[in-house]
Write a protein that binds this ligand. Structure first.
Ligand SMILES: Nc1ncnc2c1ncn2[C@@H]1O[C@H](COP(=O)(O)OP(=O)(O)OP(=O)(O)O)[C@@H](O)[C@H]1O
Length: 241
């Protein structure tokens, strides 16, 4: 096992930190000005909190999430997840960190789940990718427990296509919880849902924070969704307001 988790309590109390993180994009074809999607952004997200990142279109929300979650590498600055400097990791180590210590819920339920796997297999997929035996009773029990938690007990043997969009997003939340990650990143998780389904998904994310002490960072353009968070970070022109 890699000893990447810092045992210093002060460090562990911050689940995610960005220090002067910038992400610049060169103009296509090389001419003209570069785009500064993130401009020296610094913030510290405490463990066990629910943070929403809001702001107008093009303000840098997606770039913030991509850099914070190790899906993109910043041009400058430092991102730490659970005390680990993502910039110090090789691509392979970064992939392992994303798999084991970060949970993801994406915007489109169609993109979240693997259609060829049943619902329970989707939930335990991060454990199986990390080497767990999918037939191990403890793995199966964990999948069943999480499906019950998101209100889908007994549906594990079905395919994702048999569920509504809102139900599929609840499966995605269950999967994001399965590894007990340091941070769960949610990118517009309710964008394609009706208000009732959206409330169920947001309630599950809030419970993950309140009951399990998980840390959730959610990008949204929806003020109602943002109102479920403890802290709202507002982006404007690549900066935090
Ligand atoms: N691959 C890229 N190449 C060039 N510019 C980019 C690229 N990705 C993003 N940008 C620019 O960076 C800025 C921030 O984009 P970003 O997608 O992070 O904003 P956003 O707040 O998530 O927007 P939206 O709410 O519309 O998704 C925008 O000006 C965008 O045009």
């Amino acid at each position: 096992m890699e000893s990447t988790v810092d045992t210093n309590t002060a460090v562990r109390a911050t689940a995610l930190s960005l220090e002067s993180v910038s992400r610049r994009y060169g103009r296509r074809g090389g001419g003209g000005r570069e785009a500064i999607a993130l401009d020296a952004v610094s913030c510290a997200v405490p463990a066990g909190s629910f943070t929403a990142v809001v702001g107008p279109s093009g303000s840098g929300k997606s770039t913030f999430l991509q850099c914070a979650a190790g899906l993109d590498r910043p041009t400058a600055g430092t991102v730490r997840v659970g005390g680990t400097d993502l910039g110090s990791l090789s691509e392979a180590a970064l992939t392992r960190l994303r798999r084991d210590r970060i949970g993801f819920v994406f915007q489109s339920h169609a993109l979240n789940l693997v259609p060829s796997l049943n619902i329970e297999e989707n939930v335990v997929l991060p454990l199986v990718l990390a080497g767990a035996d999918p037939t191990d009773e403890r793995v199966l029990a964990r999948g069943r427990d999480l499906l019950a938690r998101v209100g889908l007990a007994g549906r594990g043997g079905q395919g994702p296509a048999t569920l509504s969009g809102g139900q599929q997003q609840r499966v995605a939340v269950a999967r994001a919880l399965v590894t007990e990650p340091d941070v769960i990143f949610a990118d517009e998780p309710t964008a394609s849902l009706d208000p009732e389904s959206a409330s169920l998904v947001l309630g599950l994310l809030r419970d993950a924070v309140r009951i399990d002490g998980r840390t959730v960072v959610m990008v949204t353009h929806d003020p109602v969704a943002a109102s479920w968070a403890d802290t709202v970070l507002t982006m404007d022109g690549g900066r935090l307001r």
